[in-house]
Unconditional design. Structure first.
Lengths: 647, 95
């Protein structure tokens, strides 16, 4: 029943859950995992297997939570015994593509351990092979192992997987290992030794999203698996669920609390045009296209003419089989890259001009009926079926509405102003990075931050990546955190720190506010668009900071809430504000422009000058920002250091 | 006809449609929803209330977990409805 109907017949309902604001519940564990998504579940499983008692705190419901909770269609960048591509070659590509602004540590760990992580997932019950022989004989299938591959059918490092089976398998494995999963808890702050920023992390504090009760969790080690910042530049108050690429409750809670605790961050100055996050684009992969999930779908125009694919040298490739083969001399095809060395075939580059000249007629369509049966089934049945946001919302829903992939041409909205991949959004509608390479926690080879006892995995790391990376780094961080927790004594939380946090989070209660959280988030996006977007300079960035000072002083104490749910949403927006400050501080610290960081300072226009090709690392110690720099390849010798840590 | 003093609906107003006759009131959808947009009602066996419709991410995990076929379905916002064409006949359809 919708709310209005309910109100008309029963009046305004009271909050259905017991309200327990300020009540304290204390818990204690060896390893505390913040966030129960892919990274969080893998971290918990690894720590529990190493003998630790583990608690997972999850804001939603861990059975399906996280960016990959409802599914994923591919497990990429994965060397394995039947492929000749090595982990070092994969890292070469990632470093080249990002101009060096890549997390060499986590990406290398991922490349080295991704295959064994995938097999571990299979042992838990995740489906990774075509065991029903549905695709027998397909060009992308290995007949012996029954693995299916995507994008590059020759080198076979990108697996097609049944990702909707993954989260339930992980959840079950957590339960079997006696991991204590606490759903509906929003982590609000870290507990530190003596309550001091920059000291060892000894636990966390959390708020129950339904009751408003306050949780104090003491731990030997803490792992941040809370993804990354979102809703900084783009947010829609009404279509809010579809104005973010990741689930909308992912806002950078982990970034904000780690910043307040004195953890080091890097790359927060980076922002890119958002290709997904805007209320006026269509959800990713929900219409006819030929990108990623839909690659290598044939596209035709309104009159039935096929749009040719071209190779990296802009030469038309007539044979559809060549869309998934490297060009002569090309090592392998990257999953998504503009770098010549690894570039995938794509639709002809001058398509727009040809449409304008009348050679092709709009609208365009995905020609699933024109594909071979195996390719069609791989795209519509498997990839669209297993990708997180397209299984039920696209494949199932469209088929219920009558869409038949064997007979029907799904319209493409490319060139009609709502292509989710090329962005019809305004240039100031940005994101820290929707796919990979966004700012995050700076870590060492243990995936440990500068704070003792505090680890990170998945998108909480700087320059994180997809599902495979979240899983692999979660597993790796879980093992290290367990080892640390086994050898340390637990600290007692500092009462003063608890008191301060309770004052902060319960601030909106009882306010007769002039505004609610949505208006605040929307306004903050406008500030970021105006003062920290495609045009930046010292003056603009400082005005941005002044704006947030002002909002903290004047508006924050007037935001009102009616129940614990709204309190959580409000605290999320407070975290968005903290992340905005981090972005502004990082943008002020980098006094140079960078093509790779999509970072343009009008007062320092030179692109990527040599002296600025480095990581700027920032931390906040009770309001004082400390800045340091690290060479881009600070991880040094990948193979040797990895091997020494592994042993 | 009785009129009510009510604020405007948010848009979209109904991200999911629950058929109260089929729904068994188990609240599995309420408890799997990642943004917690529904709330349970006191009456045993009754369908939940969609309290925060605009927060829906349209992931479909509520539909996936529902034990009663047809009790809950996703209802994408009108702005997100796409079209298709039957290749042989040229007939047009929409979601």
């Amino acid at each position: 029943m919708d709310w209005k109907t309910s109100v008309k017949s029963n009046g305004i309902m009271e909050w259905p859950y017991p309200v327990r604001y300020h009540d304290e519940i204390e818990l204690e564990t060896d390893v505390l995992v913040l966030g129960g998504g892919i990274a969080g579940c893998f971290a918990a499983i690894a720590a529990a297997k190493a003998g630790s008692r583990v608690i997972v705190l999850e804001k939603g419901a861990a059975l399906r939570s996280g960016s990959g909770g409802t599914g994923c269609d591919h497990w990429i960048n994965t060397p394995h015994p039947d492929s000749s591509i090595t982990a070092e070659e994969i890292l070469d590509w990632e470093v080249k593509f990002s101009g060096g602004y890549c997390n060499g540590i986590s990406r290398y760990i991922a490349a080295r351990e991704s295959y064994e992580t995938l097999l571990e997932l299979e042992a838990m019950g995740g489906k990774i092979r075509d065991t029903s022989d549905e695709f027998e004989g397909a060009a992308f299938r290995d007949e012996k192992s029954k693995f299916l591959f995507a994008y590059d059918y020759e080198n076979r490092i990108h697996f097609r997987v049944w990702g909707s089976t993954f989260k339930p398998a992980l959840y079950k494995a957590c339960r079997e290992l006696k991991v204590n999963i606490k759903d509906r808890l929003m982590v609000t702050a870290l507990l530190t030794a003596n309550g001091m920023a920059g000291e060892r992390v000894i636990g966390a504090m959390a708020l129950h999203t339904r009751t408003g009760a306050f949780y104090i969790i003491k731990a030997g080690a803490v792992i941040n698996c809370l993804s990354r910042h979102q809703r900084n530049w783009a947010f829609s108050t009404e279509l809010r669920g579809i104005s973010s690429f990741r689930p909308p409750q992912i806002v950078g809670d982990g970034h904000a609390m780690a910043w307040r605790a004195g953890a080091e961050f890097t790359m927060m100055e980076k922002s890119v045009l958002t290709s997904f996050g805007s209320g006026n684009v269509l959800p990713p992969y929900s219409h006819g296209n030929c990108l990623n999930t839909w690659f290598p779908c044939s596209m035709i125009d309104a009159k039935g003419s096929e749009i040719p694919y071209q190779n990296r040298d802009n030469m038309i490739i007539p044979d559809p089989a060549d869309r998934t083969r490297p060009a002569p001399g090309q090592k392998f095809l990257g999953e998504r890259t503009t770098d010549y060395e690894y570039k995938r075939p794509e639709l002809i580059g001058n398509l727009k001009e040809k449409i304008e000249q009348g050679e092709y007629t709009l609208p365009l369509y995905a020609d699933l009926p024109g594909m071979s049966e195996m390719d069609r089934k791989a795209i519509w049945g498997l990839m669209v079926g297993e990708e997180g946001k397209t299984g039920i919302p696209v494949r199932d829903l469209y088929q219920i509405a009558g869409f038949d992939p064997e007979m029907d041409l799904l319209q493409s909205y490319m060139f009609l102003g709502s292509d989710p991949m090329r962005g019809s959004v305004r240039p100031q509608e940005r994101t820290g990075g929707e796919i990979g390479d966004a700012g995050g926690l700076f870590v060492d080879w243990e995936l440990k931050t500068n704070l003792e006892g505090f680890y990170a995995a998945g998108d909480a790391l700087f320059a994180g990546n997809y599902f495979y990376h979240a899983a692999t780094t979660g597993r790796y961080a879980g093992k290290n955190a367990a080892r640390f927790a086994a050898k340390v004594n637990k600290f007692s939380p500092n009462r003063e720190q608890i008191k301060k946090e309770k004052t902060r989070i319960y601030l909106p209660l009882g306010k007769k506010g002039r505004m609610e959280w949505k208006e605040l988030n929307m306004a903050m996006c406008r500030i970021m668009q105006d003062y920290c977007s495609e045009y930046k300079n010292e003056e603009l960035l400082n005005i941005g900071l002044a704006w947030f000072d002002d909002i903290e002083k004047n508006e924050l104490s007037h935001v009102s809430v009616d129940n614990p749910h709204q309190l959580v949403r409000t605290l999320e927006v407070f975290n968005v504000l903290t992340c905005n400050r981090m972005i502004l501080q990082a943008s002020l610290a980098r006094k140079a422009s960078s093509k790779y960081l999509h970072f343009h300072r009008l007062d320092y226009p030179e692109l990527d000058p040599e002296q600025w090709r480095k990581w700027i690392v920032l931390k906040n110690l009770d309001g004082t920002i400390e800045q340091s720099a690290k060479p881009l390849n600070f991880w040094q010798s990948l193979v040797d250091i990895y091997e020494s840590h592994r042993s | 006809m009785k009129s009510f003093a009510l604020p405007n609906n948010t848009s979209p107003a109904s991200p999911v449609i629950i058929d109260a006759d089929i729904c068994n009131g188990c609240n599995k959808c309420v408890n799997i929803c990642q943004v917690d947009l529904m709330i349970p009602v006191r009456k045993k066996g009754a369908a939940p209330i969609i309290l925060y419709p605009e927060e829906c991410w349209y992931c479909g995990c509520c539909v996936e977990i529902c034990p009663e076929t047809g009790a809950i379905k996703l209802n994408p916002p009108l702005i997100q409805r796409v079209r298709w064409k039957r290749k042989k006949t040229g007939e047009h359809f929409r979601v």
